[in-house]
Design a protein around this ligand. Structure first.
Ligand SMILES: [Zn+2]
Length: 69
């Protein structure tokens, strides 16, 4: 599927590219450009915030920042 066709949806904290599938709502990760379910297992979901990157990308970025030089 062409990811440019995924519409922007207004959510708490801004706009996210989301798609309704038969499995539920999925969000396009801003880093890896992959669709993952909007679920605490895949994104950081709180009452006020929904992360724009999936957990894998967030932890990868943290690892790079905290890594040895
Ligand atoms: Zn990602």
């Amino acid at each position: 599927m062409d990811q440019t066709e995924i519409p922007f949806t207004r959510v708490r904290g801004g706009f996210r590219r989301m798609l309704e599938t038969e499995l539920g709502t999925e969000q396009l990760c801003a880093s890896c450009q992959q669709l993952w379910p909007v679920d605490p297992e895949f994104y950081v979901v709180t009452a006020t915030r929904l992360s724009y990157e999936c957990r894998a990308c967030i932890s990868e970025r943290k690892a790079v920042r905290a890594g040895p030089r």
